[in-house]
Write a protein that binds this ligand. Structure first.
Ligand SMILES: Nc1ncnc2c1ncn2[C@@H]1O[C@H](COP(=O)(O)OP(=O)(O)O)[C@@H](O)[C@H]1O
Ligand SMILES: Cc1cn([C@H]2C[C@H](O)[C@@H](COP(=O)(O)OP(=O)(O)O)O2)c(=O)[nH]c1=O
Length: 201
């Protein structure tokens, strides 16, 4: 079973993902961008480059995803393991959908659909996606970004894209209010996980 954690930067995904480790010791914990491959390194180089072309960046993230699938996700699912990923394809749909929509040098009619379509032939849809819902300003403050207002504006369009994704696939998503205390967020997440795990067994 594949469970993914999604949300804006600063929404608390990593905090939850680490706490869930203690309760699901048998699960495979993983993340995107990956932190153990040269594909992931290439993604982080691109994140550091203010002049990175948005389409080139999309394909770097997608290459990292393809490698992540074949190297980690598919073997774990074939073994029957529970896989919990901190970010996954919805991050590409929401973030690169927003970056490409704002790109002056690209003129894609519907960037979010374009990114979804690229994944369709090879990717694996999660069984459950837990979305940590937080307003962009709080997210930008928590993430400690240097240019908070510019970042919050961008995160607003990323959040709109997450809403579009939830609307088109409501049964896959569980929305958790990430303004709650860390303990309350963790409880909501573990409740959603426990329900999904018991449904699948
Ligand atoms: N529920 C919460 N309430 C307040 N602060 C939080 C909460 N969850 C996480 N934080 C803090 O917000 C910051 C970003 O959290 P993090 O888990 O790294 O988010 P993400 O992985 O989504 O970027 C960290 O300083 C973390 O301690
Ligand atoms: C996986 C992924 C991440 N990202 C972005 C989100 C983050 O701004 C950045 C790094 O991700 P991450 O290290 O998960 O950041 P955080 O823990 O702060 O949420 O990469 C994309 O734009 N597209 C993607 O496909």
């Amino acid at each position: 079973m594949l469970v993914t954690l999604e949300g804006l930067d600063g929404s608390g995904k990593t905090t939850v993902w680490e706490a869930v480790h203690e309760r699901y010791t048998e699960a495979v914990f993983t993340r995107e961008p990956t932190d153990d491959s040269w594909y992931g390194d290439a993604v982080y180089r691109s994140i550091e480059d203010d002049d990175a072309d948005p389409l080139a960046e999309l394909f770097l993230y997608t290459a990292d995803h393809a490698d992540h699938l074949s190297r980690v996700i598919e073997p774990a699912l074939e073994r029957g393991d529970l896989v919990i990923s901190d970010r996954y394809s919805d991050s590409r749909f929401a973030y690169q959908g927003a970056t490409l929509a704002a790109a002056e040098n690209h003129d894609l009619e519907n960037p979010l659909e374009y990114v979804v379509d690229i994944h369709d032939p090879f990717s694996i849809t999660p069984d459950l996606t837990i979305y940590l819902d937080l307003d962009p300003e709080t997210a930008a403050t928590r993430a400690g970004t240097t240019n908070k207002f510019e970042r919050a504006e961008y995160l607003e369009s990323v959040r709109d894209n997450y809403e579009r994704l939830i609307e088109r696939d409501p049964d896959r998503f569980v929305r958790v209010d990430a303004t709650q205390s860390p303990d309350a967020v963790l409880e909501s997440v573990t409740d959603a996980l426990a329900a999904a795990v018991s449904d699948s067994s």
